[in-house]
Design a binder for this molecule. Structure first.
Ligand code: HEC
Ligand code: HEC
Ligand code: HEC
Ligand code: HEC
Ligand code: HEC
Ligand code: HEC
Ligand code: HEC
Ligand code: HEC
Length: 486
């Protein structure tokens, strides 16, 4: 009993300390020695799991006498508690556990999209991994979902009777992991154990585990951008190893993902923009749905009550304070106009019309209710989920190749060479249907296609480009040909 009391005294002390250090990092009133319990862990673990022991030894936790037991201790009521050589511990150290010493970071994380990243059940992506690409032979589920989606998004961690963890949810450091204690998230998504380092989390590779690939290539986009080039060139000038890492005070040579989205900035006017663990607080669009929406709208839908009250203008202002250390306001405002221009172009020319056309298909039974059993469903999916996102993501972070060749070029190509022809095939197929709903749907669809294609932004396809524009382009083309052809 006295041991327990002693421990809780030590923890309380550490809480106060965590609160102190998290804010300033200047104070170093740390417990003068490790707890007896943690000493006991080390007796075995210094040899048993040498890598873990050594990494912990490099960490600030080691220097602060935050040992194995301070993190791994568990209450008898925890679903994943087990007796381990006389100690009540659990394997998972959840954000709730970290919150004992880092309440601010955990609160901000809890209020962010990242903490909700596990809520993917029911999405079309999920149908792909569970059903189209998967089967149900892995503990009743899809092996692919466990090793794919959930390694980024987070699994529900399931516990065996003896406290060991099931392979359905462990190993897993997905962002929105659902932990046995009911909390959401894995701080290890960014702070790898057991170094738990801020330095490692600041690096672009860190975000790149998840933010890459055909549907959200932020890592590749960053590498193409001048910001990524500056990072690759001047990395040594960034003082990445500093405990304090404030843009404008400790470095100015290049921004990393963390600089723009999370880390602290001292503006030229002397304002301090603090570190945030809510990655949504500096973005003014959510470009993941087919048609972009504002982040406060997305937050409201997810039940993020704090974010629902912070409008996009405030968030954009937060971000531009970061830019302002390296750019003038005119430069930055013009950039945002360019970016908004691409978002609006894509949304108005392709995304909203696409959403409306596809809605007709289901409304009038021109497609079956089964997802992905018909070609046009794949075509439309790739247009919005891959190519349309990439175009917007490219424009948002200054990567012209992604904005154009991987982005709107692919959208345009698939729109005119697949999507529209496939819709027209459906019109032909159902035009004379015995089912009056389908026949009516075919008519409606044909009208909608015609109306759309006759719009100024699509009418080139019908050969109806404005004659003045046509003449201007022809002249430019002839001049270009003279230069280009031999
Ligand atoms: C008597 C030796 C011994 C002591 C004391 C000990 N451990 Fe272990 N621990 C082990 C061994 C052995 C393993 C299993 C290693 C393996 O499977 O490779 C292990 C495994 C673990 C695991 C992983 C369990 C799993 O199933 O993945 C955790 C977490 C852990 N120990 C934490 C602790 C903590 C915290 C303490 C101190 C409170 C501690 N250990 C004390 C020997 C010990
Ligand atoms: C700052 C908190 C913290 C401290 C201190 C800490 N751990 Fe961990 N440990 C974690 C987290 C977090 C995980 C990963 C589980 C997760 O993602 O929730 C983990 C995982 C583990 C695992 C299972 C991982 C594997 O690869 O098998 C073992 C074993 C373990 N810790 C042992 C130790 C030992 C031994 C010490 C002391 C030398 C220690 N831990 C100190 C937080 C901590
Ligand atoms: C018992 C208290 C305690 C617990 C529990 C705890 N920490 Fe810490 N943490 C500290 C202290 C103390 C420091 C060091 C502050 C300093 O040196 O300025 C620290 C520092 C950190 C840092 C900054 C490291 C750096 O490189 O600057 C990170 C990141 C961190 N902890 C993450 C975590 C995570 C994630 C968890 C849960 C898995 C966790 N901590 C659990 C007390 C704790
Ligand atoms: C490589 C890591 C990774 C894998 C694998 C992955 N995702 Fe994602 N997913 C992400 C990231 C990162 C985002 C957010 C992208 C952004 O912000 O632009 C995302 C976004 C999403 C969204 C949109 C969420 C929202 O709030 O709009 C859904 C739904 C989704 N993923 C489901 C899935 C499903 C289901 C799978 C498996 C078929 C999967 N993802 C596989 C990383 C991944
Ligand atoms: C999306 C990645 C990401 C996740 C997830 C994340 N962190 Fe961090 N964390 C960072 C970055 C980046 C920094 C470094 C900020 C800096 O110094 O510029 C940081 C810094 C910290 C620090 C040092 C204090 C500070 O303000 O610099 C602590 C403590 C910390 N994180 C705790 C946590 C805890 C606890 C969790 C889980 C709730 C967590 N982090 C989850 C990226 C992350
Ligand atoms: C383990 C995977 C993973 C890592 C690592 C990761 N993210 Fe994410 N991130 C996601 C997923 C998944 C989402 C989409 C969450 C949702 O809305 O459902 C997301 C969403 C975001 C968003 C959109 C937030 C919003 O409010 O709409 C931003 C910005 C972001 N991440 C930035 C970062 C940065 C910066 C880092 C590195 C410091 C990082 N992420 C590391 C998986 C990850
Ligand atoms: C120079 C600053 C800067 C850097 C560096 C940067 N970003 Fe961004 N990021 C932005 C801006 C600006 C936006 C668009 C914000 C808005 O919508 O207002 C954005 C948007 C995002 C989004 C939201 C995507 C969505 O679906 O709407 C994610 C996720 C993201 N960035 C992740 C990253 C990752 C990962 C890295 C590093 C590989 C990174 N960013 C590097 C400035 C930056
Ligand atoms: C740490 C300094 C730094 C920060 C912070 C920063 N940038 Fe930059 N940015 C640069 C440098 C350096 C270049 C390269 C300028 C050049 O020579 O063309 C650049 C280039 C650009 C370009 C031109 C891209 C091109 O290909 O010509 C744009 C647009 C831009 N930044 C916008 C922003 C925005 C918006 C933000 C904030 C979200 C931001 N930057 C934050 C340093 C920074």
């Amino acid at each position: 009993m006295t041991d327990r009391l002693l421990t809780s005294y030590r923890i309380t002390f550490a809480i106060a300390l965590g609160a102190l250090t998290a804010s300033g990092y200047a104070q170093t009133i740390l417990p003068s020695e490790p707890s007896e319990e943690s000493e006991a862990c080390l007796e075995c673990h210094a040899e048993e799991t040498r890598g873990i022991y050594e990494e912990w030894g490099t960490s600030k936790h080691f220097r602060g006498n935050v040992g194995c037991f301070e993190c791994h201790q568990a209450e008898e009521s925890d679903p994943d508690v087990f007796d381990h050589n006389g100690f009540a511990i659990s394997i998972i150290v959840s954000p709730k556990d970290c919150a004992r010493c880092h309440p601010k970071e955990v609160k901000e994380f809890d209020e962010s999209h990242h903490s909700k990243a596990g809520l993917i059940l029911g999405s079309l992506d999920n149908f792909l991994a569970d059903i189209v690409e998967g089967d149900t032979k892995f503990y009743g589920g899809s092996a692919l979902t466990v090793s794919g989606c959930k390694q980024c998004h987070g699994a529900a961690v399931e516990v065996n009777k003896d406290g060991s963890l099931k392979p359905t949810g462990w190993p897993n450091t997905g962002m929105g992991r659902v932990n046995p204690d009911g909390s959401n998230g894995a701080c290890t998504a960014c702070h790898q154990r057991h170094a738990f380092s801020a330095v490692q989390a600041r690096r672009p590779e860190n975000c790149g585990k998840c933010h890459l690939g055909p549907d959200h290539p932020q890592r590749e986009i960053y590498e193409e951008s001048k910001h990524g080039i500056a990072f690759a060139t001047y990395e040594d000038a960034l003082n990445m190893e500093n405990a304090k890492w404030v843009l404008g005070e400790d470095y100015t040579a290049a921004p990393t993902c963390a600089t723009c989205h999370m880390s602290a900035t001292r503006t030229s006017r002397g304002n301090l923009v603090p570190v945030t663990h809510d990655v949504g607080m500096r973005i003014s669009w959510n470009n993941r749905p087919a048609v972009s929406i504002r982040p406060e709208v997305a937050d409201k839908k997810l039940g993020l009550t704090k974010g629902a009250k912070v409008n996009w203008k405030t968030r954009r202002r937060n971000m531009t304070q970061v830019c302002s250390v390296c750019h003038t306001s005119n430069y930055v405002n013009n950039f945002y106009e360019q970016y908004d221009g691409v978002v609006n172009l894509y949304n108005e020319k392709f995304a909203q019309p696409g959403v409306d056309l596809v809605a007709l298909l289901y409304e009038y039974n021109l497609l079956s209710d089964i997802q992905f059993d018909e070609q046009v469903e794949w075509t439309w999916w790739e247009i919005w989920h891959h190519e349309g996102r990439v175009a917007r993501h490219g424009a948002s972070m200054m990567a012209p190749d992604y904005t154009h060749w991987h982005g709107l070029y692919e959208v345009g190509k698939h729109w005119y060479s697949k999507f529209i022809p496939e819709l027209k095939e459906l019109v032909e197929k159902h035009r004379d249907s015995d089912d009056p709903t389908k026949a009516k749907g075919a008519q409606k669809l044909e009208n909608a296609i015609n109306e759309l294609l006759n719009r100024a932004d699509h009418s080139w396809y019908l050969g109806k480009l404005d004659p003045k524009e046509e003449a201007k382009r022809k002249q430019a083309q002839e001049e270009f040909q003279k230069r280009y052809d031999n």
